[in-house]
Design a protein around this ligand. Structure first.
Ligand code: PMP
Length: 392
């Protein structure tokens, strides 16, 4: 059933059908765009392109409606049970980096008082560390001292080390920043364990850059207060993204970002609306099953290739329920061949992968690895062929 579904999906990506000799395995960096998204962009630009919120004529009104509609669409896509209420808001940003920075600058700095503590990840994407440290610095300049505590990664289970949580969480814990799916290891970081550890009143901000578009994401199930994602990784245009923010006075002030004023990225927003429609039609649950099947196949294959070390979590198999599956992302190293050479060798066979230190906080050149990341359009054949061209 999944195979027939996938064949139909693959054909909807013009850049892929135009280059059958190449294999795009870098979707964690950015996703390819289906025909439906390209069409939505062209339709918008050739029918009603105008500025938003300045409406005295139909094109402008249409654009304003597009922005409002897409805001609601984002809420719906994220499983917000009340997309029409003001108990949550959606702000468009250029991507996860800008979104997390906006939460840090425009919300966190107005929420904390002297002596408060925040919990932030130290081994995730640097976009999910730098903004919190900057907020700490900005607050310190105003005489507000905030303790930043490191949320440690645990290789054995492939998520945060929840055994460390009782010591890290205290009565002054006021905020937690976390990641949904790790961008190097591909594991689900089990944010519900963080919620259980901090209790119902502490706001949690989730970096969902690697989950939105890849698996069902539900703000209700996750019980988080902010969800930040990049549209371009979810098949919309670059320069798109959103912050979904719960508006709950008990957990803090309303999120009112200062950075977003002026002309919005209307073309990007048109692409995001089409991308979310496309993803819902394709089925994020099916996309998730497909991607985890591909990454499981790759990890199985890699385990039989002795010169390779798979990074992050110890195994991909669910045999041990404590061990994480990899959600479409596998990173590995060769014992002797430097990762950038490996990237070059792979491209000589037509494989596009990421080969460097992967923007991981705290990582340096020695941590360079090769990352293979997939989406709905990748095939079993691509994974099998990759395994045959990896050098010994
Ligand atoms: N967080 C994570 C987990 C990511 O994977 C990425 C992108 N690699 C980012 C943040 C930054 O996203 P963007 O470049 O779209 O701002």
């Amino acid at each position: 059933e999944l195979t027939a579904w996938q064949a139909d999906i693959r054909g909807q990506f013009p850049i892929l059908t135009a280059h059958p000799e190449l294999a795009y395995l870098d979707s964690a960096a950015t996703a390819q765009k289906p025909r439906a998204v390209l069409n939505a962009v062209e339709t918008y630009l050739t029918t009603t392109n105008a500025n938003a919120g300045r409406g005295t004529y139909p094109w402008a009104n249409h654009t304003t409606a597009l922005v409002e509609r897409t805001r609601r669409r984002v809420k719906e896509f994220l499983g917000d049970p009340e997309p029409d209420s003001d108990r949550s808001t959606v702000h468009f940003v250029s991507g996860t980096t800008e979104g997390l920075r906006a939460v840090a600058r425009d919300w966190l700095t107005t929420h904390l008082t002297d002596g408060d503590e925040i919990l932030v990840p130290y081994a995730d994407h640097q976009a999910n560390l730098a903004p919190w440290l900057e907020a700490q610095r900005l607050l310190a300049e105003r005489g507000v001292g905030v303790q930043v505590r490191a949320l440690p990664y645990q290789e054995a289970s492939g998520d945060y080390d929840h055994r460390a949580l009782p010591e890290l969480v205290g009565p002054r814990t006021r905020f937690v920043a976390a990641t949904h799916i790790h961008h190097v290891y591909g594991g689900d970081m089990n944010v519900h364990r963080l919620r259980a550890a901090v209790g119902p009143d502490v706001p949690i901000c989730l970096d969902a850059a690697q989950s939105v578009g890849h698996l069902p994401v539900s703000v209700t199930e996750l019980d988080v207060d902010f969800v930040v994602f990049s549209g371009h990784k979810a098949m919309a245009l670059p320069g798109t993204g959103a912050v979904w923010a719960r508006n709950d006075p008990a957990r803090g002030p309303e999120f009112r970002p200062g950075g977003w004023q002026g002309t919005p990225n209307t073309v990007g927003i048109a692409s995001l609306e089409a991308a979310l429609d496309w993803l819902d039609a394709a089925g994020t649950d099916r996309i998730a099953r497909w991607s985890t099947a591909l990454t499981a196949r790759l990890t199985e294959g890699l385990r039989h290739l002795t010169p390779y070390e798979i990074l992050g979590c110890q195994t991909s198999l669910a045999a041990d329920s404590r061990v994480q599956r990899r959600h479409g992302i596998v990173s590995f190293r060769h014992h002797d061949i430097p990762s950038d050479d490996l990237g070059f060798i792979l491209f000589s066979h037509g494989f596009m992968v990421r080969a460097d230190s992967l923007c991981q906080a705290g990582a340096d050149e020695q941590d360079a690895s090769v990352r293979v990341s997939v989406h709905a359009y990748n095939t079993v054949e691509e994974i099998d062929r990759l395994l045959t061209v990896l050098p010994d």
